[in-house]
Structure formats: structure tokens, C-alpha cells
Design a protein. Sequence first.
Length: 752
Amino acid sequence: MAAHDSTFRPVELVDLSGFDIDRLGELAGSDCGAWTRRVAAWIGHSGTPLSPALARVLGGAPDLATAPASLGLYIDVSPGGGGGTHQTRPAVAPTDGARLVDLAEPVNPGAAERGAAPVHGWPANRALPAGTHRVTGADIDAVAGGRARPALLAELARGQASRRMLLLWALLRSAAVIDLDAPTRACLAESAQVLGQAQRRAPAAVRGTLLHPGVGVWLADAVRRCWRSAAGEDSDLGPLGHAGGIAAAAALRAGVPCRLPVRVIDGLVSLPTVGTATVDDAGGSANPATAAGALWALATVTVDGDGRHLDLTIGGPGAVGWLGRQDVGAPTGSGLGLLLEGADPFRVGDALPAGVAAAASPAETARWDRLVAAAGALLAHAGPDLAAEVAGTLHTLVPLRPVAACQGSSATATDSLGAALLSPPSSPLALAASLVHESAHSRLEMVHDLAALVSEAAGHGDLYFSPWRPDPRPLAAVLQGTFAHARMAAFWAARWTRRSPAADPHAAYEFAWCREALRAALPALRTADGLTVAGRRVVAVLAAACDDWERVAVPSPVALAVRDVLLDLTILWRLRHHRPDPHHVAGWARDWLAGRPCGRPSAPRSTVAPALPGAFVTRHARHELHARRYAEPDSGRWARWPAGATAGDVLAVSGARRAAAAEFRRELREQPGRLESYAGLALIHADQVDGLRRRLCTEHPDAVLALATRIRVASGRAPDLAALTAWIAAGAGRAIAEPAHGLISEVFQVVA
């Protein structure tokens, strides 16, 4: 990486990536308050003051109300997605005994596992570690432009290791002052000691264990539980015993003998990066020393001339099953290879609105293996830089539950960066695109951990339109989505320009859509006050890339289609989230009902009142139909409409506008609240008129709909959109008030 420059203020994330884990709990002092603020942001703490006891062990009483926020959880749910997160047990047969794992490798770990010697960094005078992770302006430009080299990606991963270590520090310090049962307290202490021993023997192995997605989710969850308990709230502290499974996994990988108690959680004992055991308990506690009713197991790691072995013992009757580590894709170092994690009970957090899948069957694992290998080949064909940034960012794939009408749902969670959460894709190409998208989210959030991209004060009420989401988004989320779509544009542009245009209309469409979406999102980012200098650097690089892509030609029908889709989305977004001035609309309605000309032919002011997003999907039916039209033009997929599609949607996308308008009117008579039908009708009518009538359809459809609703309530009949727009435009001939910045770059205050 380039030498450090001071063109922006770094976040100053303390470098704990090599600090001795068994000494973490000893770190204390007033300077730890800054660490606590970071932890509070990562776990989503409400900002309320910590209890006195907790504040004392975490560095005093830091101001948590202004803790810097993470950029968020990023979810892309295709049509039909939804449902709550749930945990499922893997379907595995019980083992014949307690011996679960035999690693025949030599006892001494190889160079890749050993890595560099740990940096102890805490002198005898007990000064806190002072080193911090740094990224330069050139590093930020490289990430934003898709030119991140292996050394930079490795530094981002080290930053994530420090994040996990800082969360572990907060857990160990917090657990010391809460009412914790003796077995769980002993488990935490013993696990920290074993992790320290394993780290000194094989630091890279321990770091790989800590970077497992389940460990990140567990750490954040465990700290939340401790802080709630310290505040006097009811909090189940049993899951803190999962520390034993993490330590046992690290010990097994490092070749360190140990015996550790491990809490059984929902019938599972997870050893991250190694595997997951199922425990069928027939009678309560497995360890006589534990609290009544709590089920514990005893994990034993042994090392001998034959290798390393893991035994799991439970007390009393019961059975133990085992699901070992599953890797899919290319072998390590030869392409895209990912850990398939389908069993760890902490593999996703509670915020994910899509269920995780059960552990993959052999047939499902084989399919994922073929898909990942083929997706890796597609990425390599698109360009070595693009393939390298995906492979250098992602290490784990967490399958989501398949939904028949919803192939290709994907997500990234900030507690588990480096992991892509995916439902089964329809093809290797769809998987490749999703991996590009989700790896971009992880990379940008990793940068944000080291150099804040959005200021601490940003996002308090300001919401923006973003073409890829149906709901109003805060600034940080728009920045994340813009970056992800820029990397998607690079992927599709590479496919479009490297193949015969006639051979890949799908690539042309997806590239044109990403480019059009970027055009729409960038103006708001360019003028937003909440970006830091580092964030503005990211936006500048993205804007330059978008300018370069303007020179890439696509067929005229494709360009027209994506512009149609974008206008359709903006109309629908306004209908969902804009609330026009009710007094203005009431005046319109009085004039109409009295048979008078419109006396106020100017659009009312609108505020944004975000509608609940529960039923929304990333691509509504017409957007999805356009994409299918180019993805598989001869496959007959028109016979299988996407979820929520109507005859009007299909007619509109196929070009039968007159028939589509008639169908939309029929749909609105039967279901007046279907906003998708009203948006489709407004889009069609806008193409037939100009001036004020067109602007009413495209920029103020919410006002026209509000007027129609008032008239329908008063008279029992709703006039047609065309009649209303003509009546308003004919009122006094005055031009409608233009919005201050236009729809795409507007920023709104949320209505309380």
C-alpha cells in the first residue's frame, strides 16, 4: 500500500489483530472509552448510558449517543422473498461414538496456518496498545475503482480481525461484572486461555476461526446480552458458553491439546470452520457441575503421532451426530473457493428477513460446488481484477432458504463481513453477479471500519431515493448501494464488451440498468453534506467510472427499456412514500366536485412518510419482466410470471400500451389501492402528453392519486387519471412549481 497520507481523518481502529487473546481481558484504562464507543456502534446500542459497574471496566462513561454507526445490513430480496429468520438443525446421522474429527495432518501446522508471530504489544508498564489500522487516500481510490490488490485486501481483513478482538475484549470485560453462573464464567475464562495458546502456535489459524461469520454474529450478540443484563434487563446468558466451541475449533486447527466445556445451543455444538455436532439430549445436564437444566458437552482435543482428534462427550443418555466442514468451488489458491456454512446456529443475525436453509444434503452440496466453480470461471473471464477482489473478500457462503418465486435473494450482514448470504441461484451467472454485489458490500464496510465514509451526524432524518430499493434510504445505504451497483456495472460491462453483442442481450440490459441507476443516485451523493472526505473520494471515483461507461454503446431498445424502468420506479416510489399537502388537495377536490375549473393548477408540497416495507421486493413485476425479456428471450418464461405480476404488467412490458392501459384501469376498479397499476397507467399516459400534464404523471402522481381518492370517497366514483391531469392543466395556464432539485437528487425530512 502507499505511504499514509493525511487527506482525511481515519477512524483510528486499534490494531489488536495480533494481541494475545488470553491477555485481552486485562486491558483497562480511561483510553478504553474510545474502544467502547466503537463496540456500541457495532452492536447497535441505543446510546443510553452504561451501568456504573460496566462503565468502570470499559473505560469510564463514554458518550455513546454519538457513537459512529456502521453502514448497515444490506439485503437484496427478489420477488417473493420474506419470512422471519429461523434456525434449523442439520440432518445428520448419529456417530458411533464420541470421536467426531480425526485430522491426519502433521501435528505441527503448516506455514499457512502458522502465519507471522503474534505481536504482543503490551509492555510491562501496562500501556494500552497504540497501533491503529490505516488506509490511505490511494487505498480508498483503489477499493472504489475495483483495483484493490491482495495486500490491501489483506489489510482490510486484518481490520476485521481487530474488530472481532475488540468485541471479544468487550465481552470478557463485561462478563466480569454481571451476574453470570459459575460454569459459563469458567467456560469464558478457559476458552480465552486456550485461544491464547492456539494463537501463539498458529496465529493465522486462530484468526481464520475468529473471522468465521458465526463468530462475528455471536460476539455482537454476546456483548448485547451482557449489556442488557448489566442494565437490569432479562437476558439469557447461556449462549455465552459457545466460547468453548470457538476455542476448541481453534485448538484443533492449531494442534493444541485441551478439554473445554461447550454449551449446547438448540441441540447444536458448533466448532466454527471445523464442523457442527448435533446433540440429542435425553435427560438434562451433560455436566454435573452445571446449573440445573442447562446442557453442556465436553470437547476434548488430543494430539498424537497420527494427527489431531476431537472427542465430544455428553453426560447421560443421548446421541451425537456430526456434520463436517463443507467447501465448495475451486480448491484453495486455484480459483474461487468458499466455506459452505449451513449448520452453525449463529451463522446469521436476527435482522435478516429471510430464513436460513438447513444443512445442505450431499446433492445440494454438490450443486453448490458446481455453481461456485462455474461462477468463479465466469468472474475470471470477466477480468482478473474483478475475480481477485471477490475471492479476496469472500470466504464463506451461507445458504438461505429457497423460495419457489424468489431465486437469487442475497444479503450481507455487518457482523459477518466476508460472508455472502444467498438463496439458491438460478444459474452460475446469477451467482457470479450476486457474489460481485455482496463482496462489494463487505469491502466498503471494511473500509468504513478503518476510515469513516459517512459522518457521525449524518442520517438523522434525511432519506433518499435509490433506484434499486423500493423504500427511502439513509445516506450510508445509498452510498453502499451505489458502490455495489458500480461493481455490478463493471461485471456486466466486461461481459457485454468481450462477447458478440448479439450473443448476450442479458449483459447489455443489466449493464445499461446499472448505469442508469448510477446516473440517478450519484447527484444526491455529490451534494450530500453527510459524507466525510473519504466518502467523497469514493463518490468521485464512482462518478468517474460512470462517465467512462457513458461511452459504452448498447442497443437503442435496451437503453429505452431501462429508462422506462427507472421512470416507472420513480413514479411508484412517489406513490408509496410521498404525502401531498392535504389542504391543497382538498381545494382541488372542492373545485372538481363543484364543477369549477381548477383554481390552483400548481402541485402541492409533499413530505415523505415512508410506508412499511414488509411487502416490497427489490424488483417489482414490470422491472423483473423487463430483465427476463433480455435474459432468456426464447425460453418461454413469459408463461411463468414473477410474483405479483398482472396481465397489465405483461402487456405493458410487451409493448401493448393501449391494451395495458385498459387492463390497468380494470385492475384499479377491482383493487383501487394497487399502486403498481396506477404507476403503470401514469407511465403510459405520460408518453402521450407533454408539459404540465406529463409532469403531473411523472413528478406528482401522489397528488393526482390523492385527488382521485378524495373524489371517490365523496362521490362514489373515481375520475380517470387522464381526465384529472387535463382538468388541472387547463385551470389557469400557470406552470406547475418545479421541485428544488428534481426527484432523483431530493433529500426529505421524515414525517414523524
